[in-house]
Design a protein around this ligand. Structure first.
Ligand code: AHR
Length: 497
């Protein structure tokens, strides 16, 4: 199969915002407790953060991490998580049916983020609480001192403000599963009022309004919410999760086309409100929850326990290919999608898995870890507006789908990365692309993930079962790159001047 990619230096999508490679940690399952935080673990530092997990997080290079939820945030009292640990209350956590001990709160989380080299993307509770609690949290985090909440932070040992720049106005407020779920009008009003108070407290912050919890809910929600919040916020959020319960690989590999349609739909709605308001401002998108999530659906856990195994999807090679396609879709929409969060980071639907300290204490990378790490490492540049000519195949889910997906990115040093997935289960594809106009003279590396059964996974005992290999055959001759993309493969082709 031939796949011809055409690119030109004059045709670009835009500069990638590094926050496109963000992630998410919710106070849920073993994401925080036994994930990032486990004082008994042999690698734990003086604050109780696991060093083995930190090392893996740093390999992913996540620049921003959303916290504390997710569904959790819609019942959260942030004041429970500050001050002396022995005085912090244990509470029934209604979103996930567990007990929250509050051992980790905002003070600890921002400290973990600093160690990880990441910013905090803070979500406020607009479910059971409202604008007053939200502005108090901004004051606690970002006010220098000399006021009640800023002095409370200083008394808790944090003299300097945390300087948290990005704030989410609630979470999935359109969903009936959400504590304090709202109609679009109710949410639009409360979000606008919270936004005003939060920005009056710290005018430098940026705000994200809740969009839809999935493409099936998109439309009227955004139209109504944006009428209320357009002038007050910088981003509208999108969430989506994908699965393959029926085992239809061809369809599953096509879900990135659904993600693309979702992004374009939200842009169209946002731009219609822009016109209605005669606004000069463009609304950007924050895709602050996205991933594959279905393997763990229905898995039992003990109700009202502390940090049980919840949402612990074990990811397959097939999932890694899907995540690769989704990453390319985000990159190809980088002119509008400025932030995105792989949901989540550790243990809970995550690229990083751990065992509890008492059960072996190992940490390892799941299959989806690798495409994310590659995109984060080699995808920070200018996305080129390429055109791909290749065969299509039919799927029950989205109809005709290109057999090959590519995304070319021009990096600051003049080199080019081409990410590519060959979706076909039948044939190898030969990718060809004339890069002469960019002065490209050589292939630097061709990383490949291929040759595994679709259900191959990594485990604590076999953590290197599905890993990438620099075994591809990409070559450049007279400025023309050619590379064989094996059937069902993830590829990272790096070419230099
Ligand atoms: O990431 C898991 C859950 O998915 C989040 O808590 C929620 O926002 C979404 O429905």
């Amino acid at each position: 199969m031939q796949a011809k990619l055409t690119v030109h230096p004059a045709y670009t999508v835009g500069q990638v915002d590094k926050r496109l490679f963000g992630s998410f940690i919710e106070q849920l399952g073993r994401a925080v407790y036994h994930g990032i935080y486990e004082p008994d673990h042999p690698t734990a530092d003086e604050e109780g953060f696991r060093g083995d997990v930190m090392d893996l997080v740093k390999k992913l290079g996540v620049p921003i991490v959303r916290w504390p939820g997710g569904n959790f945030v819609s019942g959260y009292r942030w004041e429970d998580g500050i001050g002396p640990r022995e005085r912090r209350p244990r509470r029934p956590e209604l979103a996930w049916g567990v007990i929250e001990t509050n051992e980790v709160g905002v003070d600890e989380f921002q400290s973990w983020c600093k160690k990880a080299g990441a910013e905090v993307m803070m979500a406020v509770n607009l479910g059971t609480r409202g604008p007053d609690d939200a502005r108090n949290l901004v004051e606690y985090c970002n006010f220098k001192g000399g006021t009640y909440y800023s002095d409370l932070r200083r008394a808790n040992g944090f003299e300097e403000p945390f300087g948290i720049k990005t704030w989410c106005l609630g979470n999935e407020m359109d969903g009936s599963w959400q504590m304090g779920a709202k109609t679009a009008t109710e949410y639009g009003r409360i979000a606008a009022e919270a936004a005003k108070l939060m920005k009056w407290t710290d005018p430098s912050i940026e705000l994200v309004a809740c969009g839809s919890s999935g493409i099936g809910m998109c439309g009227d929600w955004e139209l109504e919410v944006l009428r209320h919040v357009y002038d007050h916020v910088n981003y509208i959020s999108l969430h989506s999760y994908y699965g393959n319960p029926s085992g239809d690989t061809d369809s599953f590999l096509s879900v990135s086309l659904e993600m693309d349609r979702f992004i374009h739909s939200v842009c169209a709605i946002a731009d219609s409100i822009k016109q209605v308001k005669r606004s000069k401002k463009t609304m950007y998108l924050s895709y602050d929850e996205w991933n594959v999530w279905f393997h763990s659906h229905g898995a039992p856990f003990e109700k009202w326990s502390v940090a049980p195994h919840q949402l612990e999807d074990v990811y397959t090679f097939e999932d890694a290919l899907v995540v690769g396609c989704l990453l390319m879709t985000l990159l190809k929409n980088c002119d509008r999608v400025k932030m995105a969060c792989l949901a989540q980071l550790v243990n809970v639907i995550a690229p990083i898995m751990t065992e509890n300290a008492g059960e072996g204490g190992r940490a390892w990378a799941q299959t989806i870890f690798y495409p994310f790490m590659h995109a984060s490492s080699y995808g920070r540049g200018i996305v080129l507006d390429g055109r791909l000519d290749c065969p299509t195949y039919d799927t029950t889910r989205v109809g005709a789908v290109p057999a090959v997906e590519t995304c070319p990115v021009l990096l600051g040093d003049g080199s080019i990365t081409i990410f590519a997935v060959n979706r076909s289960g039948q044939s190898e594809a030969v990718l060809e692309c004339d890069l002469g106009a960019f002065g490209i003279a050589r292939a630097v590396e061709h990383i490949v993930m291929a040759g595994h059964p679709m259900d191959a996974v990594n485990t604590a005992d076999n953590p290197m079962n599905v890993v990438p290999d620099s075994c591809g055959n990409a070559a450049v001759k007279n400025g023309v790159l050619s590379a064989a993309l094996p059937a069902r493969s993830w590829n990272v082709i790096r070419a230099g001047v």
